[in-house]
Design a protein around this ligand. Structure first.
Ligand code: TMP
Length: 205
């Protein structure tokens, strides 16, 4: 089972991953936690290039290809072998981040992106995607308060992040069986509980 977590900046997704993984392990699943961009040595090196605030000259096409390169390596090295070994893979961001950020955010043609994405992943798609949805202003404020890492993409203008959020909600509507939208503006414990319920419900189907 391949589960991905998606959401705009400040949705709190990253801090929800460890307690969700611990809960699923308690429930008897063999869980692999990973994240994008990253997850392997090569993909982490690509992450450094992408996130570095000094790399202001990176153009959208370069950004797309770097995210996809990191993902291709991640899928082949880590995700696919883990799924083949019967693990539950919990991934903090995956292909839908590319559609939301580079597609809706940078307004790149979605069909081209889907084609490239399919090439990079060898057709691998998540079984379940949790969208931790939060209004842009609330998310950004949270991110500032929590003193989280501020990266090159966070620095894009507010309109960019608004398009990202709208994009996520549209993607969720297009594939309602794969996506579950969770209100991430609630408190941490409530969000965690909602995530657990959604994941466990999927196993009971
Ligand atoms: P995060 O570690 O806070 O999730 O940061 C990753 C950043 O990279 C975040 O701003 C979203 C962005 N991103 C994309 O723009 N496209 C992608 O395909 C991925 C995986 C991440």
């Amino acid at each position: 089972m391949f589960i991905t977590l998606e959401g705009p900046e400040g949705s709190g997704k990253t801090s929800q991953v460890p307690p969700l993984a611990a809960y699923l392990e308690q429930e008897g699943f063999d869980v692999l936690v990973t994240r994008e961009p990253g997850g392997t040595v090569v993909s982490d090196q690509i992450r450094d290039v992408l996130m570095n605030l000094k790399n202001v000259s990176i153009v959208p096409r370069t950004e797309i290809l770097l995210f996809l390169a990191a993902r291709a390596q991640h899928v082949e090295d880590l995700i696919r072998p883990a799924l083949e070994a019967g693990k539950l893979v919990l991934c903090d961001r995956f292909g839908d981040s590319t559609l939301a950020y580079q597609g809706y955010g940078h307004q790149t043609d979605l069909e081209t992106l889907r084609y490239l994405l399919n090439y990079a992943t060898g057709g691998l798609k998540p079984d379940l995607t949790l969208l931790l949805d939060i209004p842009v202003k609330v998310g950004m404020e949270r991110k500032r308060k929590n003193d989280s890492e501020w990266n090159r993409l966070d620095a894009y203008e507010e309109a960019f992040h608004k398009r990202v959020r709208k994009g996520y909600l549209e993607l969720a509507k297009l594939e309602p069986n794969r996506w579950q939208v969770i209100d991430a503006s609630k408190d941490k414990e409530q969000v965690q509980e909602a995530m657990r319920q959604v994941v466990m419900a999927r196993f009971k189907q």
